[in-house]
Design a protein. Sequence first.
Length: 166
Amino acid sequence: MKALLLATALLAAAPLAANSPTSEQIAVMDGVSDFFDALSDDDKTALARQMVPEGMIFVHDRRTPDAPRLAMVPVARHLENWLKSPADVAEIMHIEAVLVDGDMAQAWGPYYFTVAGELSHCGVNSLSMVKREGRWLVANTSFTMEAPEACAAKVADVNSHFEVEP
């Protein structure tokens, strides 16, 4: 999965500089990949090693279009709740843009989220990354959530950047 995400991210980052991505952009993409690997790990404590506990998560929930809502969740609380989350989750993201300035970075792109292989929701991720002790970690994140019935185009877009195994 990490290699797949990195390959996709490398292709996506090329338009940023009209050349190959910088070594720091690649390092940020590795940090994003580590985050998603931890998210899908059976060890529910793995996610805590990829996030800054003082950070915030902003959820732009649009699953009910007539009643969108914004939830703000401290990362520390999210990590506590994550310990009780279901097994067999995966989030697939196509990184469209990576911006880096010193120890601060931003990764942006569409994603979809599955539970036990079933589509749960989709949207766009905006991951604020910080470099701590030589590693890129998720500090803050904002993401949209669309209902599964509204996800066909987003899932197709994300998957179009990956080689799908038969």
